[in-house]
Write a new protein. Structure first.
Length: 268
C-alpha cells in the first residue's frame, strides 16, 4: 500500500452542522489510519479545541491549528509555532473597532476575548473549550498566534483595510467565515504548514488529499494533488481552486463518503 496524507478542515467540512463527528466519519478515518495513511486535522480552531476531536477519533493524527500558526505531532509535541511580531500584534489589538465587534486572541495555551460573548461558545459545545475575558489593550503582544475579529462583515471589512494599510506584507489576512476576520503573521496559513509537514514526512503533494469549505482553506487546497470543496463551501473557494472536486455537504458526512469511495473501503 502507498501511504497518502489526508488533511481536512473541521467546521463546515469534517464536522456536521452540529459541530460533531458523525459515526461514519470516525470509522472511516480509523480505517484509513489503520492502513497506514497519515491523517491531519487543519483548522482555525485552537490546538486545545481540536484535541477533543482527535481523542474522539482515537488515532494518531497531526494537528495544524490556528490557521497554520501551530503544528503538533500525534504525540502532542509542538513541531512549529509562528507568532505575530509583537509590535504588530499590539497595533492590531488597538485598532479602533465598533462596540459590537469582539476582539479575540489565540495564544499558545488559551483563547482570550475582550468581552463576554456566550453565543460563540455553541461552536465549542462538543469540546468544552472556552475563552477567558481579559483587558486586551493592556497586553504586550507576546505569543499571539492569531488575532480574530468577530462581528458584522461590513465592520470587519473596515478593520481589514486598516490592517492592510499598516502592514499588509507582514500579515496573512483571511476569513474562516464571513463574520470572522483572522490575522496571522505573514506567510502563515494552512498551506504553508502543510508544505512543511509533507516535507517532514517525505510525502509528495500528489499523494495528498485535502478537504475544505472556506477562504482560509485556499492555500491548502491549491497545494495538493487531490483537492475537494464542500457543496456548502464559500463561493470564493471554488473560484480560487477551480481544479478541486466538488463533493457533498458537511452535514451528509461527505468527506467520509468520498474517502470510502476513493480508497474502496468496506466498513464493518
Amino acid at each position: 500500500m502507498t501511504a497518502h496524507l489526508i488533511v481536512t478542515d473541521l467546521d463546515g467540512t469534517l464536522l456536521g452542522a452540529d459541530h460533531a463527528l458523525a459515526d461514519v466519519t470516525v470509522d472511516t478515518l480509523r480505517a484509513l489510519a489503520g492502513q497506514g495513511h497519515h491523517i491531519v486535522l487543519a483548522s482555525g480552531r485552537h490546538y486545545r479545541d481540536i484535541l477533543a476531536f482527535r481523542d474522539r477519533l482515537d488515532i494518531d493524527a497531526h494537528i495544524i491549528s490556528t490557521n497554520g500558526a501551530y503544528t503538533h505531532a500525534p504525540d502532542g509535541r509542538l513541531v512549529k509555532a509562528h507568532h505575530l511580531p509583537t509590535g504588530l500584534a499590539r497595533e492590531l489589538i488597538r485598532l479602533p473597532r465598533p462596540e459590537a465587534v469582539r476582539l479575540n486572541l489565540y495564544h499558545d495555551d488559551e483563547w482570550l476575548i475582550d468581552a463576554p460573548a456566550p453565543e460563540l461558545l455553541a461552536l465549542h459545545a462538543h469540546t468544552g473549550f472556552g475563552y477567558r475575558v481579559a483587558d486586551l489593550d493592556d497586553l504586550d503582544g507576546e505569543g499571539v498566534g492569531k488575532v480574530l475579529y468577530i462581528g458584522d462583515p461590513a465592520a470587519l471589512g473596515e478593520l481589514e483595510l486598516q490592517a492592510r494599510h499598516r502592514a499588509e506584507r507582514e500579515l496573512h489576512i483571511t476569513y474562516s467565515m464571513d463574520n470572522s476576520l483572522e490575522i496571522m503573521a505573514g506567510g502563515v496559513n494552512k498551506g504553508a504548514a502543510l508544505t512543511a509537514l509533507l516535507a517532514q514526512l517525505d510525502i509528495p503533494t500528489e499523494r495528498c488529499l485535502a478537504f475544505g469549505d472556506n477562504r482560509n482553506d485556499i492555500e491548502m487546497l491549491d497545494l495538493v494533488g487531490e483537492a475537494h470543496v464542500m457543496a456548502n463551501g464559500h463561493p470564493a473557494l471554488a473560484e480560487a481552486v477551480p481544479g478541486a472536486m466538488r463533493i457533498g455537504s458537511h452535514d451528509q458526512a461527505a468527506v467520509a463518503q468520498r474517502l470510502i469511495e476513493r480508497f474502496a473501503l468496506s466498513l464493518s
